[in-house]
Design a protein around this ligand. Structure first.
Ligand code: GUN
Ligand code: ZN
Length: 438
């Protein structure tokens, strides 16, 4: 049986399909990983918005049954670094990071001072995330308090897990995009009071990147983190060579770009640092010791010509790595497209990203790095039912490829590489259908 209406979180629903999730982090290159849980043609039981179990037998009629036989069911994707106002600049031609910010991104972000634009943009962005199978995200809005308020309100309406915060920048940004330390601190405190820990929302102290904050603002951000260990922190680090050089000039006392953040008290277990391409071994050790994570953003790194992330080195030093679209530097909100780009970057380094490691990183791995694995990232009993139903193939090319795929990894790898939002059948947030209802 299928339902036309979106499913209330209080009902009992059962989704039939090929269930795929992970019990642990699959090892590099291991295509037969014991961390993979693939349960072909099973039922996922969801009660009160949470996963209640998995079974092979058809559940009784007290469950609202959604028969997705022959489709793939995964935990919803978690995008650990993405910019909500940058849908407006996605696919902008011709620049590396610093010119891209000045020519495209900063002008677009200025529009978010307008509450109507902030509200419209937040709704468009979150609906787009869900339409790509991303049910949780770590998000940069803009410097304007209203843009953070609008984003949190829109996520709350949708029942989504969202981590975000007003962007801090008090220098090296154009008029209309700068705050100051005192006002920024007041805005952060207000937003934390209103949103941090409300429903599924959490606040991230959001330093855009070291060049756009004065040392005084970095210190204020560090003090906020020190005052409440449950706050997240998000920023960019070591993305582009000209940016790294600029940071060296601005902060001559710091050992490295990452060290600028460490000295300000911004490196901790809830820190999410995008990129981390131009790091050294000491930086990686500092990441490991702090428990901070790198949000690897492969599509953005290729599009902006930033560089090739050394994932194996990060993992060898036990630094946590999650997966991010970084739209609008990245060119798609699709986490499958993001993973396909990640595979290609590793291939250039002579390494192969298995489908298992890629999909783990975009689900349970991200949840774990964010300290949210008791809530999301897997199909374990008790987790909130943020899950997506996908077609194995969209279109005749993928269909033909699937038909000749031998073995599970080959099939799932082809899916990861060829699929995108066209394959999405339904995205459930806490057991509530958000998309098409089949
Ligand atoms: N560094 C500082 N701001 C940004 C941004 O908006 N996107 C990317 N990719 N890098 C940044
Ligand atoms: Zn970014």
């Amino acid at each position: 049986m299928t339902s036309a209406a979106s499913t209330a979180a209080s009902t009992r629903i059962a989704l039939r399909g090929d269930l795929l999730d992970f019990s642990a982090n699959p090892a590099w290159g291991d295509v037969d990983s014991s961390a993979v849980r693939f349960r072909a043609d099973h039922w996922l039981l969801v009660e009160g918005g949470r996963i209640a179990g998995v079974q092979a037998d058809t559940p009784d009629a007290s469950w609202e049954r959604h028969d997705h036989r022959g489709r793939l069911i995964l935990p919803g994707f978690i995008d650990t670094h993405v910019h909500s106002p940058q849908l407006d600049v996605i696919a902008s031609y011709g620049t590396e990071l610093l010119d891209w910010l000045n020519n495209y991104t900063f002008p677009a972000e200025r529009r978010y001072a307008d509450p109507a634009q902030a509200e419209r943009g937040a709704a468009l962005f979150l609906d787009a995330l869900l339409a790509h199978g991303t049910t949780a995200a770590v998000v940069f809005p803009t410097v304007h308090k209203v843009s953070a308020d609008a984003l949190f309100a829109a996520a709350q309406q949708r029942g989504m897990r969202l981590i975000a915060g007003k962007v801090l920048m008090d220098r090296h940004a154009p008029d209309g995009l700068r705050d100051d330390v005192a006002q920024a601190e007041r805005d952060c405190i207000d937003l934390i009071d209103r949103w941090h820990g409300t429903d599924r929302l959490a606040y991230a102290v959001t330093v855009r990147f070291a060049p756009t904050s004065t040392p005084a603002q970095l210190a204020m951000a560090g003090a906020l983190c020190a005052a409440d260990a449950s706050l997240y922190m998000q920023t960019h680090v070591a993305e582009n060579r000209a940016e790294v050089e600029w940071v060296r000039e601005l902060f001559p006392e710091a050992r490295s770009y990452l060290d600028v953040y460490a000295r300000a008290g911004l490196l901790h277990a809830r820190s999410v640092l995008a990129h981390g391409i131009w790091l050294d071994a000491d930086d990686r050790a500092a990441l490991r010791d702090s428990g901070a994570q790198l949000a690897h953003s492969p599509s953005s790194n290729l599009f902006l010509g930033s560089g090739l992330f050394d994932w194996r080195a990060a993992e060898a030093s036990s630094a946590a790595v999650s997966m991010a679209s970084d739209v609008g530097g990245g060119t798609s909100l699709s986490m499958q497209r993001t993973l396909a780009d990640a595979y290609k970057i590793q291939a250039l380094a002579g390494q192969r990203l298995t489908a298992w490691k890629g999909l783990y990183t975009a689900t349970r791995g991200a949840a774990r790095a964010l300290g949210l694995d008791a809530e999301i990232g897997s199909l374990d009993t008790g987790r909130l039912a943020d899950v997506c139903v996908w077609d194995w193939a969209a279109g005749p090319v993928a269909q033909a490829r699937m038909e000749v795929a031998r073995g599970l990894h080959e099939r799932v790898f082809a899916w990861m590489t060829l699929s995108d939002e066209r394959n999405l059948v339904e995205a459930y947030v806490a057991g509530r259908a958000t998309q098409k209802s089949t």
